[in-house]
Design a protein around this ligand. Structure first.
Ligand SMILES: NC(=O)c1ccc[n+]([C@@H]2O[C@H](COP(=O)([O-])OP(=O)(O)OC[C@H]3O[C@@H](n4cnc5c(N)ncnc54)[C@H](O)[C@@H]3O)[C@@H](O)[C@H]2O)c1
Length: 353
């Protein structure tokens, strides 16, 4: 019989310095809509906080470019999947953040049925997954649940003024259903749920051609086109910088509050004043032109963030001048091809599926 070695010396020769070992276990987070504007920033934040992130997206309105910097990271994986279909993720999950959904009017008007499906079937699939995994789920709702509000600013007790068959109904009603379904899972199954009502948010990685006013104005300025205002420009908006929003969402997820919470920036500005600010920021020599106001375009949207302040100790920190400067720097870094891209991809082909 061979004699057992009693030597304490390792038979393996050391080559260079050993790498710091990774923690044995990291909490795993599923983020749907990961390749989108907000989803990609959430992925960054959760990786920074030390989680293992599983991003899921069908790339209908998002882009792999938003998350390509994460592909070399061992704490990131990506599933190309439509969450309106059955969702399975192997292994444990601590948190699920459901952000998959077209989010801008020109997107959801092109794919109304998929928009309704991702807010309803998609949400149901993810609530089921959260229940199966014992995970806490946070769903992305929207100020659109208030519709064209009759109350200003809107707080969470306001039930809204939504046209159920209007131009935006596929989005507004999908999100209202999402909230109702999430609350039912909380009340009936005791699931740990969180709901964020997001107000207009802007920042790097928005799509230039998604029809929202910040990229629309910046794209027009960069292409040397006139800035288009719909209506007289006296409608107001309140813009929240993406870093502030992500901080609010992170705090809400870790809080113990299951009801909906507004997260947004209450500082209001008229669209006309905003166009003037963009002209100054970008140095464009173009002028403002006016087109008819689309129906169901809300005249005023302003969050009441009293609840977020009280519950989360949160309020926006980045002022509009700083946030717009950072956002413009991002749009300026895009290639000429990206700047002139009119269509993200063929929605028509997708809608046939
Ligand atoms: N950006 C805002 O100001 C704002 C305001 C209110 C609410 N929200 C909500 O936040 C979320 C993210 O919005 P965003 O601005 O990042 O939009 P976005 O279009 O940039 O991102 C949405 C992502 O979801 C993906 N997606 C859509 N349908 C899917 C499906 N069926 N399966 C898998 N992936 C799918 C898209 O490909 C995209 O990557 C949405 O739920 C939106 O309703 C955003």
């Amino acid at each position: 019989m061979a004699k057992k070695s009693t030597s304490k010396k390792s038979p393996v020769k050391k080559v260079g310095k050993a790498k710091a070992s990774k923690p044995a276990h990291k909490d795993r987070v599923l983020i749907t809509g990961a390749a989108g504007f907000l989803g990609s920033h959430l992925c960054d934040r959760f990786i920074k906080e030390g989680y293992h992130v599983i991003g899921m997206d069908n790339l209908i309105t998002g882009s792999l470019k938003n998350i390509e910097h994460l592909f070399h990271n061992a704490d990131f994986e990506f599933y190309h999947h439509d969450v309106s279909k059955f969702v399975h993720v192997p292994g444990e999950l601590k948190f699920i953040l459901h952000f998959a959904s077209p989010a801008s009017p020109i997107d959801y008007e092109k794919i109304p049925i998929q928009t309704l499906k991702v807010g309803s079937l998609g949400t149901h699939n993810l609530l089921g997954l959260a229940r199966a995994k014992g995970a806490r789920i946070l769903v992305a709702s929207t100020s659109e649940v208030y519709g064209d509000p009759k109350v200003h600013p809107q707080d969470e007790t306001y039930w809204g003024h939504v046209n159920p068959v209007g131009k935006r109904s596929m989005y507004d009603e999908a999100k209202r259903f999402q909230e109702a379904m999430t609350m039912a899972y909380h009340n009936y199954h005791g699931l740990e749920t969180r709901m964020v009502r997001i107000f207009n948010t802007y920042g790097p990685r928005m799509r230039l051609n998604d029809g929202r006013v910040v990229p629309a104005f910046m794209g027009q300025a960069l292409r040397g086109e006139d800035l288009t205002i719909f209506g007289k420009g006296d409608q107001t908006r309140s813009f929240c910088y993406v870093d502030d929003l992500i901080e609010g969402i992170y705090r809400l997820l870790l809080s113990d509050y299951a009801g909906p919470v507004n997260v947004g920036n209450p500082k209001e500005i008229t669209i006309k004043q905003f166009a003037q600010e963009i002209i100054k920021l970008t140095g464009t020599k173009q002028k403002i032109i006016y087109k008819p106001l689309p129906s169901d375009d809300p005249m005023q949207r302003q969050p009441d963030i009293t609840l977020a302040k009280k519950l989360l100790g949160w309020q926006p920190k980045v002022d509009r001048a700083e946030g717009m400067k950072r956002t413009f720097a991002y749009f300026k870094s895009l290639s000429k091809k990206e700047l002139n891209e009119k269509e993200h991809f063929s929605f028509e082909n997708y809608a046939k599926k």
